[in-house]
Each structure stands twice: as C-alpha cells, then as structure tokens.
Design a protein around this ligand. Structure first.
Ligand SMILES: Cc1cc2nc3c(=O)[nH]c(=O)nc-3n(C[C@H](O)[C@H](O)[C@H](O)COP(=O)(O)OP(=O)(O)OC[C@H]3O[C@@H](n4cnc5c(N)ncnc54)[C@H](O)[C@@H]3O)c2cc1C
Ligand code: HEM
Length: 404
C-alpha cells in the first residue's frame, strides 16, 4: 500500500490548506514554466484548447489536492477511479515514465515560485513525497496498460485510411477508418476511446480523444465527431479540420484504444444515459452487445435538442432492436415530435420518473457537465447507489464526483 512517511504526514496536514488555496495558481505557473522549458510537449502531447480554457490546469490542481487529502485522511482508500482515469488518458497519449521527472522538476519549481519562503526544505521534501507516491501509482498502472497491449509508449500510434465519412446531423460526422498494413488490429473494450493526432496548419500536432462507436471488426475503427463552434470564443480547431479537411482516402493517426469507463459484462442490467454527442460511447457499447449476441436487459435513455440533432440515431435504434431485451427512450428539448420508432418520446430534459428503472443495474452517463451532474443526482435521489454510476466526460474532469 502506498503511504506517506511519518515525517511527511504532519507537514502535509499543516500545509494542505495553503497549497490547496494556491493550487490553481501553482498549476498555471507550472504549465507556463513547463512549456517554456519543453516546447516540444505542445507538439502532439498536450491539448492546447484545454490549456487555453484553463481546464487542464484545474484538473491537475484538483487531482493533486484530492490525492494529497486522501493520503492523509484515508490512506487505506486511495482515489482509484481518479488514478485510473488519468492513467488511461496518459496511456492514450503515450506518456513515458521518464517524463515524470520533468513534470516533477517543473511542479516543484512552481510550488516554490508561488509559496516563496513558506517552502522550507522540509515542506519541499514532504510534497516531493506526495508527488512520487502519486507518480509511482500512475506509472505502475501505465506500465501495466502498455505491457498488456504489448507496446511501448512511443508506439501506441498507428496510421489508418479514412474509408467512409458520412454526415449524421448538421454538426456531427462519422468516420470509418481501415488498416493500411498487415498488422492485426488490437481489440478495444466497449466504451473506450482513441486519441487522434492531427497535423495542424502551423505544423504542430494536436491530440484529441474520440470514443469508438462501433464494435471491433478486426479491420478498422469508427468514431463520430461533433463540430465545436466557439460562440464568441475560437472555434474548435481539430473538430473543424476533421469536418472540413479530412476526407475519404486521407490518412489519420490514432492511438490504441484506452479508457476506464467500459461495459460491465457480468450480466446485470445496463442503463445508458446520454445527452448530445454523449451518445458516442453508448453507441460503441451497444454495438458490442449486438456483436456478442447479448441477452442483457438494456435501457438507452438519450436527451437531445430534437430528433434531427440526435447523432447515430439509426445505428442506435437498429442495435436496440437487434437486442432481445433493450429499449430506447428519448427526451427532446424542443418538443416530443419525431418519426423514429422509439419506445418512449418525451419533451424537455431527461426525467427518470418517466421510465421504469431496473433494480441492480449498472448506469453509464455521458454528456455535458450540467447533464452529468443532474443525471447523477437524479439517479441517487431515486435510490441508485453512487458506486453503480459511472460517467465519461469529454474533457479534463473537473468534477471528480466518483472519487467520493
Ligand atoms: C474521453 C473523451 C472522449 C471523447 N469522445 C468524443 C467523441 O466521441 N466525439 C466528439 O465529438 N468529441 C469527443 N471528445 C471531445 C474531443 O476530444 C475534443 O475535445 C473536441 O472534438 C473539441 O476539440 P477541438 O480541437 O475541436 O476544440 P478545441 O480547439 O480544443 O476547443 C475546445 C474549447 O476551447 C475553447 N477555446 C479554444 N481556444 C480558446 C482560447 N484561446 N480562449 C478561450 N477558449 C478557447 C473553444 O472555444 C472550445 O469551446 C472526447 C473527449 C474525451 C476526453
Ligand atoms: C504525478 C504526476 C501527474 C499527475 C498527478 C497528472 C495528472 C493529470 C490529470 C488529472 C489529467 C487530466 C485527466 C482527465 O480528467 O482527463 C492529466 C492529463 C494529462 N497528463 Fe498528466 N499527470 C501527471 C504526470 C504527467 C506526465 C509525466 C505527463 C507527460 C509529460 C503528463 C501529461 C498529460 C497529458 C498530455 C494530459 C492530457 C492533457 C489534456 O488533454 O489537456 N502527465 N494528467
């Protein structure tokens, strides 16, 4: 078990409040310093959209604060979900063990820069220990993931050719890519994502994650991309390039599939709750259930603006109909109109009182943060145990609700 030394523990307890108060400033200065020292990390490793929005800085700060408090308050119960989410994200980006030293050097520099004289040698030593306990946990998980897939961090990447590109809705396109060499296609677990590396007009590469929306067929992969419009802020740079520039015949680079929000195949009932493009991992899981000839009890609950904006709707409906015990219920913000023959169509926000919920089910949520928060509390209000609810969020996780 990973614990802090007796010497460091009281120092962490005493300095947690001041580090906690300043952690966002520390994280901001950390990234500025890191990219100053290592500009290559902005080419193919870090997502500059998340940096511009400040979400990655806050996610890093939040994770260190949650982890340090867990180390002092519940050393026997470390936040596994948080660690596993981060480790999967890292593996999908090919993070290497030796890079932990680089992050350490820059993080300790930022702590010193923000807290000044308060960082005595003893304080620095205690926080170094927290860092290395966390780094050790993460590198261990990542090493396990790389070795389970038979790869090294440098070779999680593979080129694929776009074989099909089709429009789902006004702002969502689906890509089917096929292999261009003879190597076997590694399997994915239902619900996982890949990182796509995009060559940008300025010559650098930008990574973005996309959930797999089709079951493995041994030949290719499928994913769906929503165009991100800035609405006053800059438009999303990778999603717009994928929509406007990447076409059939082009080559794209994808990582192996990773992600820890994956299908529970124990046979218990499954409930998928999604909003908007959050349907993507659900479509992937459904497709896998069909491919496996599953007899599980499956309920798909989906919220969207209207039927036209419901991406992957035909695929999802076909898959629901191909399963013997599955149903599809939708909520449309603009009214209950639609022609898709679903099992229930409602107007407004998703409302769990309008559908029967099965006892003992595993719940999967995916969608924008306000949807995730409302859906999780709605389920908990209806008596669903929090540990039966998992969520995928399409960005750095600033909520970390499942670390509770
Ligand atoms: C696990 C996971 C799975 C995902 N699966 C899918 C999926 O299946 N389908 C899908 O469509 N997406 C998915 N995503 C989201 C996807 O990875 C990208 O985040 C999304 O496509 C947007 O990328 P972008 O480059 O277009 O936007 P970015 O350029 O990264 O912009 C993102 C946001 O940042 C804002 N921004 C950018 N620059 C600035 C600035 N200078 N100042 C202020 N704000 C700024 C933009 O306005 C925008 O709102 C997933 C994400 C994760 C983490
Ligand atoms: C103990 C050390 C580390 C901690 C605590 C940490 C923590 C985190 C967290 C919390 C996230 C966000 C996960 C999410 O919710 O999506 C993340 C993502 C990431 N980490 Fe780390 N990390 C560490 C080390 C490293 C190292 C050594 C590297 C390699 C240089 C690295 C590169 C990244 C990248 C590229 C991302 C994705 C960023 C993005 O998409 O914006 N991390 N990390």
């Amino acid at each position: 078990m990973l614990t802090l030394s007796e010497r460091s523990r009281p120092i962490i307890v005493a300095t947690l409040p001041v580090v906690g108060e300043n952690i966002e400033e520390i994280a901001e200065r950390f990234y500025r310093h890191l990219f100053g020292e290592h500009p290559e990390l902005l080419d193919g490793m870090f997502n500059r959209g998340n940096q511009a929005e400040g979400t990655q800085q806050r996610a890093l700060a939040g994770s260190v604060a949650v982890f340090a408090s867990a180390l002092v308050n519940h050393p026997d119960h470390l936040p596994d979900r948080l660690l596993s989410r981060v480790a999967h994200k890292h593996a999908s980006l090919g993070v290497r063990p030796d890079q932990y030293q680089v992050v350490y050097d820059n993080l300790m520099w930022a702590i010193g820069d923000v807290l000044g004289d308060a960082v005595t040698p003893e304080v620095a030593a205690a926080w170094s220990e927290v860092y290395w306990v966390m780094a050790f946990a993460l590198t261990n998980m990542e090493r396990g993931m790389y070795s389970a897939r038979g790869v090294r961090p440098e070779i999680v990447w593979r080129d694929w050719r776009v074989e099909e590109k089709f429009r789902e809705t006004d702002d969502v396109v689906t890509f089917r890519v096929g292999r261009i060499d003879d190597r076997p296609v590694r399997t994915s677990l239902p619900g996982q994502y890949v990182t796509l590396q995009m060559l940008m007009p300025d010559g650098t590469h930008q990574p973005r994650q996309y959930s797999l929306t089709g079951a493995d067929d041994g030949e290719g992969r499928q994913f769906s991309v929503k165009r991100v419009s800035g609405g006053g802020k800059p438009d999303g740079e990778v999603s717009n390039l994928l929509h406007d520039v990447v076409n059939v015949g082009d080559v794209v680079t994808l990582s192996l599939p990773f992600g820890d929000v994956v299908l529970d195949d124990s046979g218990r009932p499954l409930v998928f709750c999604s909003a908007g493009i959050g349907i993507a991992p659900m479509a992937g899981m459904l497709s896998n259930l069909v491919a496996a000839g599953s007899h599980f009890d499956v309920r798909v609950l989906h919220a969207d603006l209207n039927e036209e904006s419901f991406a992957l709707r035909q695929q999802v409906l076909d898959d629901v109909r191909a399963l013997p015990h599955a149903s599809l219920h939708v909520w449309y913000e603009q009214g209950a109109e639609g022609s898709l023959p679903v099992d229930g169509r409602h107007a407004g926000w998703m409302d769990f009182s309008q559908v029967p919920l099965t006892e003992g089910a595993a719940y999967y949520l995916c969608g924008p943060m306000p949807f995730l928060q409302a859906a999780r509390s709605g389920l908990i209000d209806r008596g669903v145990p929090p540990q039966d609810i998992q969520y995928e969020f399409f960005g750095p996780d600033l909520w970390q609700a499942d670390t509770e």
